[in-house]
Design a protein around this ligand. Structure first.
Ligand code: NI
Length: 137
């Protein structure tokens, strides 16, 4: 399962020097772990671009609580996707602004659809989403 394969890679000197500098800043002790992480991220991105694949999305919202219709619209939308939204967390950042995090499971196309429907809600300041999957070899 966790069998490892050693392979040789030939790259431009400048490229690998820049890479070594950057991975050192990030705290990597060796290239293998850094390259493995890059490959894993890349594989996830390939799956994410295929909307039919299943995964998990973390959608972060920043909105203005003073716009009274925002909360209502947000809750309506969440209820219409209740089978896909696993959990939500709400933080009252200050007297006006709210942060909400939604964790969504399903096809990437559906996770994107939810994020896309959140953005136009009046009072919504920012919608960001991270799509990932644990199904990567
Ligand atoms: Ni709040």
């Amino acid at each position: 399962m966790d069998q490892r394969v050693r392979f040789g890679v030939c790259l431009e000197k400048d490229l690998i020097e820049n890479f070594d500098r950057e991975i050192q800043k990030k705290g990597y002790n060796n290239r293998s772990k850094a390259i493995g992480d890059l490959i894993r991220d890349w594989l996830i991105q390939q799956r994410v671009t295929i909307g039919e694949k299943e995964g998990v999305g973390v959608i972060t919202l920043l909105y203005d609580h003073d716009v009274r219709t925002t909360t209502e619209a947000l809750l309506d939308l969440q209820h219409s996707y209740s089978e896909r939204i696993v959990t939500t967390t709400h933080v009252h950042l200050d007297p006006h602004m709210c942060l909400e995090v939604l964790i969504v499971k399903g096809k990437f196309s559906l996770i994107r659809e939810i994020a896309n429907r959140l953005s136009p809600i009046r009072g919504m300041k920012q919608v960001q989403s991270i799509l990932t999957t644990h199904q990567v070899g």
